[in-house]
Design a protein around this ligand. Structure first.
Ligand SMILES: NC(=O)c1ccc[n+]([C@@H]2O[C@H](COP(=O)([O-])OP(=O)(O)OC[C@H]3O[C@@H](n4cnc5c(N)ncnc54)[C@H](O)[C@@H]3O)[C@@H](O)[C@H]2O)c1
Length: 339
């Protein structure tokens, strides 16, 4: 035989729901051998959800988002009798979701899983799109998998117990969707600021569903992160390095990264100064600290960026509000342009 071809492309479908109470989670837990992965904060805030369940509690901090935690979970899954016919459900923020997806992908070569994101950021971003994983030393989300959950339940009722900085972190990602092209979100941000800051249920629901739609549309077009999906990285290349070095929530670092990318867009003559001013005004009107100062350590982290090709990175710039473009840029030039 000289030549053989075969295809293993897994066609998976994820259903997204917006209400936990109307969802089929309790049915899955009742009928399947299900393990829940969550964190102390969630168990304390919503004890009834976790009562009498096979529960694995993890430390959902960035420093514990690592392979050691994955190993511990695997040992607990084994102890709980979880097998290939079982189900794993992650209930928590982006860290719990990223870890649940990864561990479900590798445990016994794959177990079905579902996600119940409970932060604004996880509902609108982290839980959607099938990217899972953990950090490796200083490198964020460096080890992981692409695997979509069977279901996602993005219920905004969980947001009432979310600490303020985490809420603002999620809002940062929502602003990103506006800046890369969702005009409905942009209009809501401009006209409903008080409701957004007051966590008005209807306004949040609208922002969550619009954000989910935006991400789903982009991810469907580019499931393997090869082309258009890069625009979701607006603010993230620099943001990731700030997040790690300043130890601030993801979305707050992304806001600083978006401001830096906006400045770079102006310096390259791609974005008009008045548009950049409008962006900065939008960010500061929500009370964000948009300052940034990059040094050698950020430079080193950018050199380890997963999206790096030799000494270049595909960097997301703006031509206009709502019009992102991707440009391959030398890492050194990116850092220089932030000065
Ligand atoms: N996979 C992806 O595509 C993707 C996208 C964006 C971000 N991420 C990852 O997501 C992570 C950040 O996630 P995050 O912003 O959701 O934060 P998080 O998971 O770090 O959670 C933040 C804190 O909020 C607590 N919390 C969660 N829900 C709560 C609730 N309803 N009430 C009270 N407290 C609650 C958690 O216990 C934690 O202390 C990062 O590790 C980032 O890399 C992944």
């Amino acid at each position: 035989m000289q030549h053989l071809e075969y295809s293993t492309e897994k066609k998976s479908q994820t259903s997204i729901h917006f209400s936990f109470d109307d969802s089929h989670v309790s049915e899955i837990i009742a009928t399947k051998n299900t393990a829940i992965i969550s964190s102390r904060n969630l168990v304390d805030a919503y004890p009834s959800i976790f009562k009498s369940k096979k529960l694995i509690i993890i430390d959902d901090t960035e420093t514990h988002k690592n392979l050691a935690t994955i190993e511990k979970i695997i040992a607990e899954l084994l102890d709980l009798g979880i097998d290939r016919n079982s189900y794993i459900i992650g209930i928590g923020g982006g860290i719990v979701c990223d870890i649940t997806g990864f561990v479900s992908h590798i445990y016994m070569r794959g177990v079905r899983f579902g996600l119940v994101p409970t932060t604004l950021l996880a509902m609108t971003d982290a839980a959607i799109g099938g990217k899972n994983g953990v950090n490796f030393n200083e490198n964020k989300n460096f080890i992981g998998s692409f695997d979509n959950p069977d279901f996602i339940i993005a219920d905004s009722k969980f947001l009432h117990t979310l600490p303020e900085n985490q809420y603002m972190s999620g809002l940062g990602e929502i602003i990103k969707y506006a800046l890369i092209g969702n005009t409905n979100i942009l209009n809501t941000l401009k006209t409903n600021q008080k409701n957004i800051l007051d966590r008005n249920s209807e306004t949040i629901k609208k922002l969550v569903s619009e954000s989910v739609l935006t991400k789903v549309k982009i991810v469907e077009e580019d499931p393997n992160d090869k082309t258009i999906r890069h625009i979701l990285n607006f603010g993230h290349t620099i943001g990731h390095s700030i997040e790690l070095l300043e130890n601030i929530p993801h979305g707050l670092a992304v806001v600083k990264g978006m401001n830096a990318a906006t400045d770079i867009s102006v310096k390259l003559g791609i974005l008009a100064t008045d548009k950049a001013q409008q962006i900065k005004q939008l960010l500061t009107s929500f009370g964000y600290d948009i300052s940034y100062c990059l040094g050698d350590k950020h430079n080193r982290l950018l050199c380890n960026d997963k999206k790096k090709e030799d000494f270049n990175i595909r960097f997301v710039l703006l031509e206009d509000i709502g019009k992102p473009i991707i440009r391959k840029m030398p890492i050194q030039q990116i850092v220089e342009l932030t000065k």
